[in-house]
Design a binder for this molecule. Structure first.
Ligand code: NAP
Ligand code: ZN
Length: 353
């Protein structure tokens, strides 16, 4: 067992603070990683605030992890010390069920092990995430960062990126697909960039008038203000797909209305009860509602390779770990321009009080 400095909380609604955590000794198929960067996801804040009443304290968030291999177990053959690697939202699954065999590890019938707030399948210890100096992860759940991908901008692909990439593949987004992205936050920005790279016609639907220029700069073709009832009415029945990234309970009906015949609204944001859905809005145009949960390992590697090849990089705002509480406050107030990425070099010299 080794120990390292991390940032986390001992209870809900307290500021994140430095704490010392343990990492297990390497098992034969484990990879030890020195963490260089970790993206900040809205889910991290949900867990720290115990929004889903499921947080195991102390909680160390972080599931957009990029670093370098520092040691490998005796049976590891895919990675060498010094290689740049990444870890996303999962660190284990049963590897035997139909879902795992189908490369759909998030849907493992025994439950996948999340990178933080999960229970290790062998020891039962609570998993702790990437707001830390290092981490130990089963080889199979470690991803390769292609040399052409800048590690500083790779983190957000591992959750925000794959969460929108998986439904793009599932719903066959391609040249000409009319896609609306609701919410220009971490997931929304990635959705715009990736869909544009796939040739789709992308419209951003936002509550923030100030984000219009930004949406267009990301490559979006149109911007709609969701508070502009007239504009929303004018866009009725005009999209093949709507990706809804809104992070809390809301009324889905205004976005359902935007779907053309046989169109699908994919919910990737709010993982909580929604306001009632109007049945007639679903029936008209044969509309569908779907969900999507992160994505499998194979598809995440595909995304990293795609982004390296096409140089699709998330826009990031690099912060020191000391700024994490301010970053959470800004995320809570919807005051985030680009996805925050923590430069873990800032952990050096952090003292425990
Ligand atoms: P984020 O960066 O905070 O972005 C969310 C965006 O939604 C905001 O930028 C804002 O965009 C819009 N928004 C916020 N509050 C709103 C409201 N009350 N009504 C309408 N729009 C609102 O969050 P994120 O990191 O993209 O994460 C989004 C959600 O996805 C979180 O709840 C997270 O837990 C969830 N998530 C799900 C999965 C999955 O597997 N399904 C994976 C990762 C994250 P505008 O200013 O443009 O309106
Ligand atoms: Zn996330």
């Amino acid at each position: 067992m080794t120990t390292c400095i991390a940032y986390g909380v001992h209870e809900a609604n307290t500021p994140l603070e430095p704490l010392r955590i343990e990492r297990r000794d390497l098992r034969a198929d484990d990879v030890a990683i020195d963490i260089d960067y970790c993206g900040v996801c809205h889910s991290d804040m949900h867990y720290v605030h115990n929004d889903w009443n499921s947080t195991r304290f102390p909680c160390v968030p972080g599931h957009e992890i990029v670093g370098r291999v520092s040691a490998v177990g005796s049976a590891v053959n895919r990675y060498r010390v010094g290689e740049v690697v990444a870890v996303g939202c999962m660190v284990d699954s049963c590897q035997q069920c139909e879902a795992c065999e189908d490369h759909q590890e998030p849907h493992c019938t025994q439950g996948m092990t999340p990178t933080y707030n999960g229970l290790d399948r062998l020891s039962g210890e609570v998993t702790r995430g990437g707001y830390a100096q290092h981490i130990v992860v089963r080889e199979r759940f470690v991803l390769r960062v292609p040399p052409a991908l800048d590690p500083r901008f790779t983190g957000p692909l591992l959750c925000a990126g794959i969460t929108v990439w998986a439904p793009m593949r599932e719903h066959a987004v391609k040249a000409g697909t009319r896609l609306a992205v609701v919410g220009l936050g971490g997931l929304g920005r990635m959705a715009v960039k990736l869909a544009v790279a796939l040739g789709a016609q992308v419209t951003v639907i936002t509550t923030s008038p100030g984000k219009a220029d930004d949406a267009l700069a990301l490559g979006a073709h149109h911007v709609l203000l969701s508070t502009d009832a007239q504009a929303m009415k004018g866009a009725a029945s005009s999209f093949d797909l709507v990706f809804d990234t809104i992070p809390r309970s809301h009324n889905v009906n205004p976005y359902l209305m935007l779907l053309a015949r046989n169109g699908t609204l994919v919910l990737v944001g709010a993982l909580e009860p929604l306001e009632p859905i109007h049945g007639a809005l679903l029936a008209i145009n044969n509309r569908k509602i779907a969900g999507s949960l992160i994505g499998g390992l194979e598809q995440t590697q595909e995304l990293l390779d795609f982004c390296a090849e096409h140089q699709v990089l998330p826009n990031c705002e690099m912060i020191g770990i000391q700024d994490i509480n301010l970053a959470f406050t800004r995320m809570h107030n919807n005051d985030v321009k680009y996805r925050f990425v923590i430069d873990m070099a800032s952990l050096k010299g952090v003292e425990l009080s």
